[in-house]
Design a protein around this ligand. Structure first.
Ligand code: HSE
Length: 318
């Protein structure tokens, strides 16, 4: 039986003004998925889930969902698939955990069966796996995990367009440790308005354009301003523990931009210098809010990869 190992990194979707369009893959955390295929009748099964964040992952997860959809869509019904997952990305934290498992799974399956799929096809299948947590497909986290770095993705006339860019920027990720909300992404999406003021739409579109362009050009000050949107963050921020306090404290201490990471509760901060000091200020602010949190200084991460040789092992949990 052939077994393929794939690794995919965590990501922060939206970066404020880029709702469902922009996502940054980062080296804060990663998942590893192995896929084995043997002749059979199309069964898909999880063999094991381990790693520091495995306890909140059940059998009906984004990886299984994505694989089943991919097999159905491609008419693959003559293989049984076994999946093993190392869950190194916190679940339900706004760090692209479900997206990374789905991304690694479809990437590994495409490899094990030699399907030679385009990046757009992989994104489509992995994005479908997001239905498990978001209720609908979305492609931002999976695009970042698959393509690496800064991903820009979207569907036009039912066709996926996806790009990724290397950027020179560092971010701090704050993650509240004990926050867990059932169906969190679905809930956070339910807070979004059905209708918006035209002027807010125009301002947030300006910010999205500036966000992408300034990150590509390395104008981090402008990027930080452009992260701070009105429509999405305005509707969600009250549901994000300590968000307004963190934003105010960090911006007044020199951070360039502060945004909800994906659907939260984690927060992503763009800065230029004093990362240790900003991390500490953030952690103190969480403490004042009565919340325990961790801070990680992160770099943009590489694309999903296939693991060979000695890299084919699940890290031991500490
Ligand atoms: N763009 C998605 C959202 C990301 O904000 O709902 C969820 O991880």
């Amino acid at each position: 039986m052939e077994e393929v190992w794939a690794k995919a990194y965590s990501s922060s979707a939206n970066l404020g003004s880029g709702f469902d369009v922009v996502s940054l893959a980062h080296d804060a955390y990663y998942d590893i998925v192995t896929i084995s295929a043997k002749r059979g009748k199309g069964d898909v099964k999880i063999e094991k889930i381990e790693g520091p964040f495995s306890s909140n992952v059940n059998e009906n997860n984004s990886a299984v969902y994505a694989i089943k959809y991919m097999m159905k869509d491609l008419g693959i019904n003559n293989y049984d698939i076994l999946i093993k997952i190392f869950k190194g990305i916190p679940v339900s934290s706004g760090l692209g955990g479900s997206g990374a498992s789905a991304a690694a799974s479809v990437f590994a399956l495409s490899n094990v069966l030699d399907l030679n799929l385009s990046k757009e096809q992989l994104i489509k299948y992995a994005g479908y796996g997001e239905i498990v947590s978001a209720g609908v497909p979305h492609y931002d986290n999976v695009a970042a995990s698959l393509l690496g770095n800064l991903a820009v993705v979207g569907k036009i006339d039912n066709e996926i367009y996806a790009y990724s860019f290397e950027i020179k920027a560092n971010f701090i990720i704050f993650r509240p440790i004990d926050f867990y909300l059932n169906n969190k992404t679905q809930y956070m999406r339910s807070l979004l308005p059905k209708y918006v003021e035209f002027k807010d739409h125009v301002q947030d579109s300006v910010k999205l354009g500036i966000l992408i362009s300034s990150l590509l050009k390395g104008d981090l000050k402008a990027a930080g301003k452009a992260m701070i949107d009105t429509i999405v963050t305005g509707s969600r921020s009250k549901a994000i523990p300590c968000f307004n306090e963190i934003k105010e404290k960090l911006i007044s201490n020199g951070a360039y931009g502060v945004a909800i990471s994906g659907a939260g509760p984690s927060i992503i901060v763009l800065f230029d210098k004093n990362s240790e000091e900003l991390s500490q200020i953030g952690l103190n602010t969480y403490k004042e809010c009565g919340i325990s949190a961790e801070a990680k200084i992160v770099n943009p991460a590489p694309p999903a990869s296939i693991l060979y040789g000695d890299d084919r092992s699940f890290p031991k949990s500490t």
